[in-house]
Write a protein that binds this ligand. Sequence first.
Ligand SMILES: [Fe+2]
Length: 391
Amino acid sequence: MRPIRLNRNAVHLNEPLPWDVFDAGGTLLLRRGFRIQLPEQIDQLIVRGAYVADTALPAYAPAAARPERERKTPIADPVGVWQRTEGRLSKLLHDFERTPDFVARMREIAPLVSDLCERDADLALFQMMRWHGTNYAVAHAVHAATLSELISRRLGWPQHQREKLLQAALSMNVGMRQMQTSLASQTSPLTGAQREVINQHPVRGLCLLESAGVEDQDWLRAVALHHQPPESMSARMRHGSAAQLAEVIRLSDIFGAKVSPRASRPALSADQALRETFIGHGGSDNPLVAALVRELGIYPPGTGVRLSSGEVGLVMRRGERANEPKVFATHNRAGQYYMEPVVRDTARSQFAVVGTVPAERFQQLTINPARVFGYEARTRLRPFDSLEFEL
Ligand SMILES: [Fe+2]
């Protein structure tokens, strides 16, 4: 069973449970059909941690949930659309106070992140892991939104909840947007004033979003709570849907920051960042962390790896198994660049991954994601013909 944690809104008084409910250890707590008759019983259940099998999720979605959006024509140029999406978000956050239709604009941008993740999640992760640009605030918001979307999709959250999650993730740091990018290039310790801005930015973000016309309470409260550990919240607050959104955003925020380089420190490797995040957030007892690990695998796209062949390369796509990604080898066993990168299937023992390689090893390498992932409009050479692309 892949457990999905129930929230308070999923359980209704005096209504037969539509699924069997388990605790975190998989022990059956309540049978399908059981009726809970006291609100306190629901509270106890949620506090204890109540889970359903993900196969039960269609019934788990609220009846009023909107149907999944109709799929449009697949995005032909996801690399270009990612760039334009970041550009739109950058403009929106920059012109925040001067954008009267902020909510409408954000509601256009958030589904783009979802569509791009659906189109090619490997590309999304590759770009996150390989990021070394200058506008950290915007890139970090997009990375956190991407991770949030992938986690929530894996957990089977309904679309209307994922939309709120994306809107909150993309706007989580609006309360410190001017300072965030400069902090990424700062090597000196934080000043007292900077620390104050950081401490206040979740609540300030809520106020700014309210003044910009955001009325959705889950969106607002998720931004206000996105740095607050669940254990520090009151039981009532902890089990609201906003707290669930905030917990996913917090996890994505922390992991995304670990794998991004700062002036004060290099990016952590994906496996180290995953290990630290896993340990720091309750390990396998936390279904959100478990979903993050399952989604990314051990070597997410963009990770530098060394192969048993002695070659070094970058992961481009996750494999069937967590430790068997598709890799394009960039250096041969003598450390020389390949003129054309060679795709290696690490499920084959002679190309198995034997370790990670720091991102700095690839700094001199100019990589065109459109070409690597097969989206270049006019590809003169196709070095990756051995892979199938979703064209
Ligand atoms: Fe934040």
